[in-house]
Write a protein that binds this ligand. Structure first.
Ligand code: AMP
Length: 346
């Protein structure tokens, strides 16, 4: 099979993915909504722009035929997970996908997600099945909350009930969703989001960068003096606004890399052929240096956009600027040369 073009949806990390593809010698194509056409046509490394009315049209024959005609490989990112019916994508999308197209559902579904993290033996925050069991600070995650909007912290059962009532009154929460709120122990610590790449060609996990997310309003609350915080009675929320870089103290790298390797093995066991390419384990490091993982992303995360020109970690492996986007394109190139595309595409 010949791969000529790298294609992706126009959002999230599209610029990074397509710049990396161009640097590795591929043609590039972006599927864009009308209001972003102007943005994507600014960049010389984007060869073709396909306009769609909505990202649902990715599965339309018209769009798929264009992708096939260009001999495309499609690179999934966060927008695919949040905006596509993933079962339809698995079955109806006939264009080769970089990565394991069946693993995205495991990211989107809370129970499947938990199962995979347990199989990997990751240390995870305690889950509370019933609000009555709450005996410490917890974070309550509303069903389907995208980007942490509408999450809240509760300190007890009574506090939880009061906040649920408040969110119901405000219309943020629907009555029928109350039972599916997931309640997790709130880990006090520093959030860390390491970006990994697993290569089936070399059977190695590479750490290519780490970021933190800057979230509104939780990261803004700390800028207010305590007296105003108390008076305003703000409920912390976790809508991601942007990403900031971080490097880990070196001793933490062992834990983080071992967790990633266990995750790769667990994914091979539960979602064949396992994770391929980029992924992120979303963690919090507490005061004892213990890292708890509360989430994973089974594809490129937007925090990698910090490192389009490479990161301190990617520089340890590559003596050239190596973004996650470029690393993906490099893997496709190497697989093509080794006649092993079947190992990286689904
Ligand atoms: P998520 O949507 O699960 O990625 O969570 C959004 C944000 O909520 C994270 O980036 C963290 O800041 C915060 N968060 C999630 N889970 C926990 C937890 N168990 N303890 C403390 N903070 C958390």
């Amino acid at each position: 099979m010949l791969v000529e073009t790298i294609a992706t949806l126009g959002s999230h990390s599209a610029l990074q993915i397509l710049k990396g593809a161009k640097d590795e010698g591929f043609k590039t194509l972006v599927i864009s909504l009308k209001d972003r056409l102007k943005l994507y046509s600014r960049f010389k490394f984007i060869d073709d722009v396909v306009e769609v009315g909505s990202f649902d049209e990715l599965l339309d024959n018209k769009v798929q035929d264009i992708l096939k005609r260009h001999n495309c490989v499609f690179i999934p990112h966060g927008t695919l997970i949040s905006e596509q019916k993933l079962e339809d994508f698995e079955r109806k999308f006939e264009v080769p996908v970089f990565g394991n197209r069946w693993i995205f559902r495991w990211e989107a579904d809370r129970d499947l997600k938990q199962k995979l993290m347990a199989e990997a033996g990751l240390k995870t925050p305690r889950l509370f099945k019933f609000p009555r069991e709450i005996d410490r600070a917890v974070i309550a995650k509303l069903p389907g909350a995208a980007g942490g909007r509408g999450y809240f912290v509760a300190l007890s059962y009574e506090d939880f009930q009061a906040k649920v009532r408040e969110l119901l009154n405000k219309g943020v929460l629907k009555e029928e969703d109350v039972d599916s709120i997931s309640i997790q122990e709130y880990v006090v610590g520093v959030t860390i989001y390491p970006h990994f790449f697993y290569s089936p060609l070399t059977n190695e996990v590479e750490l290519l960068g780490v970021d933190r997310r800057y979230e509104s309003n939780v990261d803004a609350i700390a800028r207010l003096p305590a007296s105003e915080q108390l008076e305003l009675k703000l409920i912390p929320t976790y809508r991601v606004v942007g990403n900031i870089p971080i490097v880990l103290r070196e001793s933490l790298l062992i834990d983080v890399l071992e967790a990633a390797e266990r995750f790769v093995e667990a994914s091979k066991k539960l979602v064949s052929p396992g994770i391929i390419g980029p992924f992120c384990l979303e963690g919090i490091c507490d005061e004892n240096g213990e890292v708890y993982f509360f989430e994973f992303s089974a594809r490129i995360v937007a925090g990698t956009n910090l490192y389009i020109n490479g990161s301190p970690y990617s520089y340890l492996i590559y003596n050239e600027p190596m973004s996650m986007g470029r690393r993906i394109a490099r893997e496709i190139k190497l697989a093509m040369q080794a006649n092993r595309l079947d190992d990286i595409l689904t």
